[in-house]
Write a protein that binds this ligand. Structure first.
Ligand SMILES: Nc1ncnc2c1ncn2[C@@H]1O[C@H](COP(=O)(O)OP(=O)(O)OP(=O)(O)O)[C@@H](O)[C@H]1O
Length: 368
C-alpha cells in the first residue's frame, strides 16, 4: 500500500507540472476573470504531442478566451499554461494562432503569407515554394496578387488559416477556421487540415461551434459550458456517454424529456410510457430525472414488438436527410426524434410500434 498522501495534497493542482512529459501542452487550473466576470474556471488538461483537441461550446462559453490564453495573448488570472514544460505568458514563436489577416492591408495575398515565413528556417527559395504550396492548398492561387482588402470573406478566412499553418508551428490554435466556407470546400479543407496536421505532427487546438468538424478532426473533445469543463473525452465517448444533459443536448441530436424512476428497478415512467433503462437501475423509486435518447437508437416496426417496453407511436413530422428520414413521433405524451432508413420510412400520421433499447436510454439528474 502506498503511504497516505500528505494533508497538503488536497490543495495541490489536479495535474502536477513536475510530472515527466509526454504532455506537450499542459493547462493547470486555468482561470480567467475579466470585467468582473469569471470567463474560465479551473480548466485543466494535458495534450500529448501531436494530439488534436476540439474545443466545443455554445457562443460565449469561453472558447476564444481559452485559445487567447494558450496563445499567450491574454494570460490567465490564475493557473498555468505550459508548452513542453515552458510557461506561456506571452506570444511564442512555436505557437501559431489564427488572427484575422489584416483586413485593410494593402499587401497581396502572397505577400501576407510570405510575411510569416521569415528567418533562417525559410530562405528565399524555400519561402517562395511554401507560399505557392499554401496558395494551392487553400484555393487562393487566383488571388495571389490581389490586395487582401479585396478578398471575399471566405477567401480571407482561408488566408488567415493558411497564414497560421504556414510556419509549421509546434502548436496550432484555430478559432472557427472553416465557418465561412461553402460545404464542399469546407469538407475538402477539413481533410487537408487533418492530413497536414498528421504530416507535421503539430499539436492542435480547434475551437468550433461545428460539431461535425470537431467530431471529424479531433482526437479528443473538450466541451465548455460557461467557462467550465463540462466533459473531456474522445468524440465517441462524448457522443455515447455524455456526462451531463447539457453535453448530451449540445453534441448531436436527441430527445430530452422529464421522467420518474418507477418499478420494477430499471424502469422509467415518462409521458404515460414505461421505458426500460439500464441507467435507471439503482436509482431510488420516485426520483425525478431527465431521460435522453438519440434518434438513431430507436427501433421501429416489427423488430420493436419483441422488445421490452415497446409502445405505439404516430408520425407527426418527416424530414428528409439523404439516406435517413428524421421523424418526429408522438408516443404517449412524449415527442421523440427517430431515424428511419429512407426505404423503410413510415408515412405521415402512420401509427407504428417503437422501442428504445434499455442500454440507450440515458438518465441525468434534474438541473439544480
Ligand atoms: N474582456 C472581457 N471582459 C468581460 N467579458 C468578456 C471579455 N472578453 C470576453 N468576454 C465575455 O466572455 C465570454 C466568453 O467569450 P469567448 O469569446 O471566449 O466565447 P466563445 O465561446 O469563443 O464564443 P463564440 O463561439 O461566440 O466566439 C463572452 O460572454 C464574452 O462576452
Amino acid at each position: 500500500m502506498p503511504a497516505s498522501p500528505p494533508a497538503t495534497r488536497s490543495t495541490a493542482p489536479l495535474i502536477s507540472p513536475e510530472t515527466p512529459l509526454p504532455a506537450q501542452l499542459l493547462l493547470d487550473q486555468v482561470t480567467k476573470d475579466s470585467g468582473g466576470r469569471r470567463l474560465l474556471e479551473r480548466v485543466s488538461l494535458r495534450l500529448a504531442p501531436g494530439e488534436v483537441l476540439g474545443l466545443l461550446g455554445p457562443s460565449g462559453s469561453g472558447k476564444s478566451t481559452l485559445l487567447r490564453a494558450i496563445a499567450g495573448l491574454d494570460p490567465p488570472s490564475s493557473g498555468r499554461i505550459l508548452l513542453q514544460g515552458r510557461e506561456i505568458t506571452a506570444p511564442d514563436p512555436q505557437i501559431s494562432v489564427m488572427l484575422d489577416a489584416a483586413a485593410a492591408s494593402r499587401l497581396t495575398t502572397a505577400e501576407v503569407l510570405g510575411q510569416v515565413l521569415r528567418g533562417r528556417l525559410w530562405p528565399r527559395p524555400r519561402r517562395a515554394q511554401r507560399v505557392a504550396e499554401l496558395l494551392q492548398l487553400f484555393a487562393l492561387t487566383s488571388q495571389a496578387t490581389l490586395p487582401v482588402a479585396r478578398l471575399s470573406g471566405g477567401e480571407r478566412q482561408r488566408l488567415t488559416l493558411a497564414r497560421a499553418v504556414a510556419p509549421e508551428p509546434e502548436l496550432l490554435l484555430l478559432d472557427e477556421p472553416l465557418s465561412a466556407q461553402s460545404p464542399a470546400l469546407r469538407a475538402a479543407l477539413r481533410q487537408e487540415l487533418r492530413a497536414m496536421q498528421r504530416r507535421l505532427g503539430s499539436t492542435m487546438v480547434l475551437a468550433t461551434q461545428d460539431q461535425a468538424e470537431a467530431l471529424l478532426l479531433a482526437d479528443r473533445i473538450l466541451v465548455l459550458d460557461q467557462g467550465r469543463v463540462a466533459q473531456l473525452g474522445t468524440p465517441e465517448a462524448i457522443y455515447r456517454h455524455p456526462a451531463t444533459a447539457f453535453v448530451a443536448g449540445f453534441i448531436g441530436h436527441g430527445s430530452l424529456f422529464a421522467a420518474t424512476v418507477d418499478a420494477p428497478p430499471g424502469t422509467l415512467r415518462a409521458g404515460g410510457l414505461a421505458l426500460p433503462s439500464l441507467a435507471a437501475r439503482g436509482l431510488i423509486y420516485g426520483t425525478p430525472v431527465q431521460a435522453f435518447m438519440r434518434p438513431e437508437d430507436i427501433v421501429l416496426g416489427p423488430a420493436a414488438s419483441a422488445m421490452e417496453g415497446h409502445f405505439a407511436a404516430r408520425v407527426l413530422q418527416q424530414e428528409f436527410r439523404g439516406p435517413v428520414q428524421r421523424l418526429t413521433l408522438q408516443a404517449g405524451h412524449l415527442r421523440l426524434l427517430a431515424d428511419a432508413h429512407v426505404d423503410a420510412a413510415p408515412a405521415m400520421e402512420e401509427v407504428l410500434l417503437a422501442a428504445i433499447p434499455a442500454d440507450r436510454l440515458l438518465v441525468f439528474p434534474l438541473p439544480e
